[in-house]
Design a protein around this ligand. Structure first.
Ligand SMILES: Cc1cc2nc3c(=O)[nH]c(=O)nc-3n(C[C@H](O)[C@H](O)[C@H](O)COP(=O)(O)O)c2cc1C
Length: 215
């Protein structure tokens, strides 16, 4: 069913962290957005500790949201395992792609990740040899095949060295600002292609004052 013009976007955050009790960074990011109106935080490891994913329930959740977010720590240049299982089962032929598979068409897709490696590690001459955008290509193309608009990812890097009170707090505030702006549509959509990472220029991307100037 089409969304009434001007109504806020419904945001679904599919959160995957297999060791949440040890998390420093994702814990604060998720706490910053979980009480927002119009935002559903769905913790996959909490919902499915045995990986028995309820495909119909997951597809119904997708249908009632406009922006789909994969939020997780970067593990082995990809997502933790449950998110792969989720993709394999939920993004079915005839639902997400292929003949009659139009359920996700027109939705927006965002990846929100944290990486242990810092920004210098993720370049051609760096330790990890590839950029984050290059390593995220499977997610970008999955979104594309499903007819979703792929947004530049929200990326927090060098997590092991981030200071709690100052730096992690700032990233959490930025994440909240991004999710709020996606919900309210207060983003300069035409400027998105200029950004490798969404949080490289929040002050230029978001049309509201709830933005850090030092992003
Ligand atoms: C199994 C595993 C695989 C990881 N793989 C990567 C990786 O490929 N690239 C990277 O930059 N960091 C990697 N890391 C580091 C995590 O991304 C980092 O610890 C996490 O983002 C920190 O967030 P947290 O405080 O919420 O746990 C890995 C960590 C674990 C435990």
């Amino acid at each position: 069913m089409a969304k009434p013009m001007g109504s806020p976007n419904q945001i679904l955050i599919l959160f995957a962290h297999p060791a949440f009790e040890k998390s420093r960074v994702n814990r604060q990011l998720i706490q910053a957005v979980q009480s927002l109106d119009g935002v559903t935080v769905h913790d996959l490891y909490e919902a499915y500790p045995n990986f028995h994913i309820n495909v119909k329930a997951e597809q119904d959740l997708l249908l009632t949201h406009d922006v789909i977010v994969f939020h997780h720590p970067f593990y082995w240049y990809s997502s933790p395992a449950i998110l792969k299982e989720w993709q394999d089962l939920v993004l079915e032929h005839g639902f997400a792609y292929g003949q009659g598979g139009t359920a996700l068409h027109g939705k927006k897709f965002l990846t929100a990740i944290t990486t242990g490696g810092d920004k210098y590690a993720y370049c051609k001459d760096g330790y990890n040899r590839f950029t984050i955008r290059e390593l995220l290509v499977p997610f970008e193309q999955t979104a594309g095949l499903c007819g979703m608009e792929y947004l530049p990812p929200f990326v927090v890097q060098g997590t092991h060295r981030l200071r709690e009170r100052e730096e992690i707090d700032q990233h959490a505030a930025d994440y909240r600002a991004v999710i709020t702006a996606l919900r309210d549509g207060t983003i300069h959509w035409d400027r998105l292609p200029q950004f490798q990472h969404l949080n490289h220029g929040l002050d230029r991307l978001i049309c509201t004052p709830e933005v850090s100037q030092n992003a």
